[in-house]
Design a protein around this ligand. Structure first.
Ligand code: 9YW
Length: 413
C-alpha cells in the first residue's frame, strides 16, 4: 500500500474516533453500542493519544468516574441515556451516578495508560499521579475478589469481553435462563442475528445479571452461590500484563511496589493452573474444576503476559496455516468454529494487536508481523469493522468501530 492510502486511512481513523466522541468519552460504534465500554474506551484512549493526548487523558478520567467505592471499574458507564442498547441502566439497577453495569471487563487500562504516559512523560505526570490510586484500587479489587488459585474468575461471559466464546459453553449449561421474563434485544436490530449470540445465550446472560443484581452485587455471595464462575485464561494474562505495567508506573512515580510485586507473583503462579494437560492454555470452569477445552484467542495472550511455551507457538502456527487472516477467536479445526458468529470464530483487530505486541516482546517478530499484515489488509480492503471472517475476510458487526480505528493508528497502520 502506498503512503497516500495510509494517510487516507489515518485520517479516516481519526475521524471515527472524533465522530464516536460523546463529550469526553468514546462509544465503541454509533447505534449498536451507545455508551462507554471499559476496554473499548482504553483502546480508544491509546489511539486518540496519537493525535490529541489531552483528550486521551480525559477519556481515562471519564472511565474512572464510573468506578465503584469498592474499586471495581464497570464494563459499561451509562453517562447519559441513549437509545438502542439492551440491557440498559434500568436492568442493571445500580444505584449510583453515573449509572453503570454491575460487572467489569478486561483490565487493559494500566497497559494502555502506561503507553500514553510514556509518550507524554512531562505533561502527563500530573494526570498519572491523579489516576494512579484509582488504578491500584481496581487491581486490588480483582486480586481480592476474583483471583482463585492465581487465576482470574469471571462472573459473567460479558465480563471476559469475549461474550459467546466457546470457553463458557460448559459452564453456561448450569445457568437456568427459563425465568428471565420478556425482553427485547436491540443488538439484532442493528446487525445480522446470524452473527450474534443466540437467544438461549441471551436468556442465560440475563439470568446471571438478575442473580447478581438481586443479591446486591455482593462479590462474596456471588462467588459462593452463582451458577457460573470460570477462570478466564485471557483475563489472567491481561491482568498479569497490566500488573507488570502498573509496577513500572509505580516505580516511575516513586510509589511503593511490594503489593504489586505480590500480585505479579500470585498471577505468575496461577498461569500454570491454566495449562490443560492436552498441551495448551485453557479456561477452567471453577464450579466443576474442569478445563473448558477451548484453544481460543484468549489462550494466545500468553506472550502478552510474558509467558512463552513452545507448544503455544506450534498451536498458533498450525492455526495460522488454516486461515487466511489470523488470529481466529476460536480454533478453526473445532466443531464449534463459525467464521462469522461473534467470538466463535471471527478475527478481531484489537486481539491481534495484543497478541502481536506480546509476540514481539518475546522476540517472535515474524509471527507478530504476519498478524499486523493480516490486520492491515482487513482494514485496507474493508474498512474499520468490528471483526471479520478469518477465512475470507468478510467484514461483520458494527462499522466505524473505535478500537479498530485506534489499533490502526497505534499498531496496524
Ligand atoms: C455486548 C463493545 C463490546 C465489547 C465486547 C464485545 C461486545 C457487548 O461489545 O460486548 O452487548 O455484546 O464482546 O468485548 O467491549 O464493543
Amino acid at each position: 500500500m502506498t503512503a497516500v492510502t495510509d494517510e487516507k486511512l489515518d485520517k479516516q481513523a481519526r475521524k471515527i474516533l472524533r465522530d464516536n466522541d460523546r463529550g469526553g468519552y468514546t462509544v465503541p460504534t454509533s447505534g449498536l453500542y451507545p455508551y462507554q465500554w471499559n476496554w473499548d474506551s482504553m483502546f480508544s484512549a491509546w489511539g486518540i493519544a496519537t493525535f490529541d493526548v489531552r483528550r486521551a487523558w480525559f477519556e481515562i478520567t471519564t472511565l474512572l468516574y464510573g468506578q465503584w467505592d469498592n474499586g471495581m471499574i464497570p464494563h459499561i458507564i451509562f453517562h447519559k441515556r441513549a437509545e438502542g442498547y439492551f440491557p440498559g441502566p434500568d436492568v442493571w439497577a445500580v444505584e449510583r451516578v453515573p449509572h453503570t453495569s454491575g460487572i467489569s471487563q478486561p483490565p487493559v487500562a494500566a497497559t494502555m495508560i502506561r503507553s500514553i504516559y510514556e509518550s507524554d512523560k512531562k505533561a502527563g505526570r500530573v494526570h498519572m499521579e491523579l489516576i494512579y490510586g484509582r488504578l491500584v484500587s481496581w487491581h486490588r479489587w480483582w486480586m481480592k475478589n476474583r483471583v482463585q488459585d492465581g487465576m482470574v474468575a469471571i462472573t459473567h461471559p460479558w465480563e471476559s469481553g469475549r461474550d459467546n466464546a466457546v470457553d463458557w459453553d460448559s459452564a453456561m449449561q448450569a445457568v437456568d435462563g427459563s425465568n428471565v421474563g420478556d425482553y427485547t434485544r436491540r443488538d439484532t436490530s442493528h446487525v445480522n442475528p446470524e452473527m450474534r449470540p443466540k437467544k438461549e445465550d441471551y436468556d442465560r446472560y440475563l439470568a446471571l445479571v438478575q442473580f447478581s443484581r438481586d443479591n446486591g452485587w455482593n462479590e462474596k455471595y456471588i462467588a459462593e452461590h452463582a451458577a457460573f464462575r470460570v477462570a478466564d485464561v485471557g483475563m489472567t494474562f491481561i491482568l498479569l500484563r497490566a500488573c507488570r505495567d502498573l509496577l513500572q508506573i509505580a516505580a516511575d512515580l516513586d510509589h511503593d511496589t511490594p503489593e504489586i510485586e505480590g500480585w505479579i507473583e500470585t498471577l505468575e503462579a496461577g498461569v500454570a493452573n491454566h495449562w490443560n494437560p492436552e498441551g495448551y492454555y485453557d479456561s477452567v470452569n471453577l464450579r466443576t474444576g474442569e478445563f473448558t477445552g477451548s484453544l481460543s484467542s484468549g489462550s494466545f495472550l500468553c506472550w502478552y503476559a510474558g509467558v512463552d511455551p513452545p507448544e503455544m507457538m506450534s498451536h498458533l502456527k498450525a492455526i495460522l496455516a488454516e486461515v487466511r487472516y489470523g488470529v481466529p477467536s476460536n480454533d478453526p479445526r473445532a466443531e464449534t468454529f463459525n467464521p462469522l458468529r461473534y467470538w466463535r470464530g471471527p478475527v478481531w483487530g484489537m486481539m491481534n494487536a495484543l497478541i502481536a505486541i506480546g509476540l514481539k516482546d518475546q522476540g517472535h517478530t515474524l509471527t507478530a508481523e504476519r498478524l499486523r499484515k493480516d490486520t492491515r489488509e482487513l482494514i485496507e480492503d474493508h474498512g474499520f469493522y468490528e471483526y471479520w471472517s478469518p477465512v475470507d475476510g468478510t467484514p461483520a458487526g458494527g462499522r466505524n468501530f473505535s478500537w479498530t480505528a485506534a489499533i490502526w493508528l497505534t499498531w496496524a497502520g
